[in-house]
Design a binder for this molecule. Structure first.
Ligand code: BYC
Length: 471
């Protein structure tokens, strides 16, 4: 299962044996490269970056580190190895062999899922394209670029599926991936969180913690798919995704640590005086990024999601580890809803509630990082606790999008929201302050004043390693 890097498009899918597909992808490739040059990381074309490139999909083989010029990064097509005799594990086709070709009756639903997933990947690169100009250290700059090239590869992963399995409409969808852009009023990205700005590094760390984690849960659900090529593609993407969330978790942790150091040193909560980001502002960023990311799970009750499940296209998180009938015809799941001025839980069909269940699992996972950040604060002897806002807070999708609520989940009227939302979400002044800190630090080992150094370097290298060389 090693990957042939002599080919124009590195791959482990025997591309050279399918000339038509190979030619179609080679035709798409220059458009991708132009998109990267125009919409990818600003002013990065000449830099040598210490990057991880996959050389095989086996454990240990996909993490090969070396200096690479990013435009020369070998974006390729890698699927996890096929599982002999794999069957569909849920829905109406449960127990039948997994599909190797698109099941004709579900073609449009499957295409829609792949397009929605694929669209997020280049979107995140676009959102992050200016950040390299204000990196807090070379270590962070390298991590940003690692995330960016891998998101680019994840676009390749979805484009491969579209080209290989959806004929002409697949090729058209692949073109459209490069035509929509994050925040473009005429041709926006499909999901709302991918049209938001990622204007500063605190936002980047929050994005990689909260929004990439949506990616983990969505990819894990698609990895359960009865459509085997999608499952194998997503399984390999998940191995790369882990590093992105690590960047977010440790990034926010380092900002918290720096705030705590200065709070203790100067005996004050107001560390802005000393060029750091105060815990109250970090909490507001958590409130924003968590609420925008939970929207990505869709409606609480979704017939689309129920259909995807019954069709065998998109499962639940770790489907095979769940002890039930995997059909969900009779089962119920507690779903939050509004009753008068209160949020209550009511049992609803588990089938229509699969989005909500995934959102709950995601939230539990988000809490683990909060615990780690709170441990940093507690170890510094500071009496402050960061928390996740309530699920109903600041929602744009689903049944809570029509109400206003506090981060504790108390429903309030518009007038009170107008008065108080600046206490809960970053204000323009907060954003201006955070932006004012964003100045590039490019001397090996040096850190910006608002962030603590990382605990260790990448791939066993010291933290003062020259992770990026400017030419
Ligand atoms: N924004 O029945 P519903 C990642 C629309 S992130 C805007 O709940 P469904 C990554 C929906 O289109 C993971 N619109 O929808 C992270 C529909 O509209 P129409 C990305 C939204 O489809 C960081 C209507 O509401 N992958 O990988 O069941 C960096 C009905 O809603 C939104 C996926 O999302 C929204 N947030 O649920 C890089 C997996 N939500 O057509 C990468 C694939 C809903 O009726 N996607 N709408 O007018 C899906 O499984 C589903 O599309 C969703 C939505 C779970 C997202």
């Amino acid at each position: 299962m090693s990957i042939d890097y002599q080919e124009k498009i590195p791959n482990n899918v025997n591309l050279s044996e399918d000339r038509r597909l190979q030619r179609a992808l080679e035709k798409w490739q220059p458009g991708y490269q132009n998109w990267w040059a125009e919409m990818g990381p600003d002013e990065s074309q000449q830099m040598d970056v210490y990057l991880r490139t996959a050389i095989s999909v086996e454990p240990g083989g996909w993490a090969n580190y070396d200096y690479v010029k990013m435009p020369d990064y070998r974006w390729g097509i890698f699927l996890s190895p096929a599982e002999q005799g794999r069957v569909i594990n849920f829905g109406a086709h449960k127990g039948k062999p997994a599909w190797q070709e698109v099941p004709g009756e579900y073609r449009s639903e499957l295409r829609r899922l792949i397009v929605t997933q694929g669209d997020t990947e280049p979107a995140s690169v676009e959102q992050q394209r200016h950040l390299g100009l204000t990196c807090p250290s070379l270590y962070d700059l390298r991590n940003l670029f690692q995330v960016n090239v891998e998101e680019g590869r994840h676009l390749w992963a979805m484009v491969y599926l579209l080209h290989a399995h959806f004929g002409r409409d697949g090729r058209e969808e692949a073109e459209a991936m490069l035509e929509r852009h994050a925040g473009d009023p005429d041709k926006p990205r499909i999901l709302e969180a991918f049209n938001e700005d990622t204007p500063d590094w605190l936002s980047f760390f929050m994005f990689t913690y909260f929004t990439d984690r949506d990616g983990k849960y969505q990819l894990a659900s698609l990895a359960e798919s009865g459509f085997d090529p999608l499952s194998r593609t997503c399984r390999f993407m998940l191995t790369e995704e882990a590093h992105h969330m690590f960047v977010g978790e440790t990034g926010v942790g380092r900002v918290v640590r720096r705030a705590c150091q200065l709070m203790n040193e100067h005996k004050t909560d107001d560390v802005r005086k000393y060029g750091a980001i105060d815990l109250a502002t970090i909490q507001k960023y958590i409130n924003f990024h968590y609420s925008v990311s939970v929207d990505l799970f869709g409606q609480e009750l979704s017939t689309n999601a129920a259909n995807y499940y019954t069709m065998g296209l998109k499962g639940r998180f770790q489907e095979t580890r769940i002890d039930d009938d995997h059909l969900l015809g009779e089962s119920v799941y507690p779903v939050a809803e509004i009753s008068g001025d209160k949020v209550v839980f009511a049992d609803r069909s588990a089938l229509t509630a699969v989005n909500e269940r995934l959102r709950d699992e995601y939230t539990d996972d988000c809490r683990r990082g909060l615990d780690k950040w709170n441990k940093i604060i507690a170890e510094a002897g500071i009496d402050y606790k960061l928390s996740l806002p309530h699920r109903v807070f600041n929602r744009g999708i689903g049944s809570f999008s029509t109400i206003k609520a506090t981060p504790q989940g108390q429903i309030i009227d518009q007038a009170e929201w107008d008065k108080r939302h600046g206490d809960w979400l970053p204000t323009d002044a907060d954003r201006v302050y955070v932006t004012s800190l964003m100045k590039a630090v490019t001397e090996p080992g040096k850190m910006a004043a608002w962030i603590a150094p990382p605990g260790k370097g990448i791939n066993g290298q010291p933290t003062n390693f020259e992770y990026v060389c400017f030419n």
